[in-house]
Design a protein around this ligand. Structure first.
Ligand SMILES: C[S@@+](CC[C@H](N)C(=O)[O-])C[C@H]1O[C@@H](n2cnc3c(N)ncnc32)[C@H](O)[C@@H]1O
Length: 264
């Protein structure tokens, strides 16, 4: 696994404590509204992280379904497992690379990817592998950021000034795959038919800017750069984000593509 994809237990816990409430939890809630879940479905959440979407699906899925959350990082799966909710569904967790899912052909009615596609080094291989484990009438729903968020853009500018262009690139990485037409083409080239493409409008809301920044993978770069430079990055980001601050709370817009694509 490349270093950039390896997340420590501390990183997984910070992700759950700060990034999920501010962003990935609200996105999951909006996404399940668009999923139109069928009762008793067998659902796969790929790159599930600490399980924000998996838990939201478990809450909304009618009947007795089967839900499996998978992620490359064992540390994310460990946190997800700890947070397994009481549910009538069978809910399981598995550490696996999306391109090598240890799962049988034609098993799932629905596969989801919430903010994972942009990180897959071989996207066609990932989508073909998902297609393999879906039933012939199955579908794939995914979200991917549509525009760079002012939060990450301001942070990247601060990192460029005080740390390195490499660290700035990491802060922009989640927004590296924003072109909706490119995503549609990728889905079609890997055998899916796009049935719906919508935009989800969200607001990232938080009061502790430092906590939000230190919950990101660039925390390692900041730790290595030391406390003084870290404070400079936080202060510069705060200045750039001033137009989005009201009474100590930052409210930053963030837009995502939502795709619903069917097999065949
Ligand atoms: C931004 S997080 C999103 C996590 C989760 N879907 C959520 O909404 O909170 C991206 C996730 O993609 C996972 N990931 C990256 N590359 C992967 C791969 N090749 N196979 C499976 N998961 C991968 C990472 O481990 C990380 O948990």
């Amino acid at each position: 696994m490349p270093d950039s994809f390896r997340l420590t237990e501390a990183a997984a816990r910070k992700y759950q404590a700060h990034s999920v409430p501010a962003m990935f939890g609200p996105l999951a809630e909006r996404t399940v509204e668009l999923l139109r879940l069928q009762s008793d479905a067998h659902v796969l959440d790929v790159a599930c992280g600490t399980g924000a979407l998996t838990r939201a699906i478990a809450k909304s899925l009618p009947g007795r379904g089967r839900i499996l959350g998978t992620d490359l990082n064992q540390t994310m799966i460990d946190v997800a497992r700890e947070l397994t909710p009481d549910t009538t569904h069978t809910l399981e967790w598995l550490a696996a690379d999306v391109t090598e899912l240890p799962l049988k052909d034609g098993t799932f009615d629905l596969a989801c990817i919430q903010q994972g596609l942009q990180f897959f080094p071989d996207k066609p291989a990932a989508l073909r592998e998902i297609q393999r484990v879906l039933k012939s009438d199955g579908r794939l729903c995914l979200t991917c950021w549509k525009e760079i968020s002012p939060f990450n853009d301001s942070l990247a500018t601060a990192l460029e000034h005080h740390i390195s262009t490499q660290a700035a690139k990491k802060a922009r990485a989640p927004f590296s795959y924003r072109d909706g037409e490119a995503i549609r083409l990728l889905l079609e080239e890997t055998g899916f038919t796009v049935k719906r493409h919508e935009t989800i409008d969200l607001q990232r809301e938080f009061d502790e800017l430092g906590e939000q920044i230190l919950a990101l993978p660039i925390e390692k770069d900041l730790r290595e750069a030391g406390a003084e430079k870290t404070q400079l990055v936080i202060d510069t980001t705060a200045k750039l984000l001033a137009p989005y601050e009201r009474d100590g709370v930052f409210i930053v817009p963030q837009k995502a593509h939502f795709f619903d694509a069917h097999c065949g």
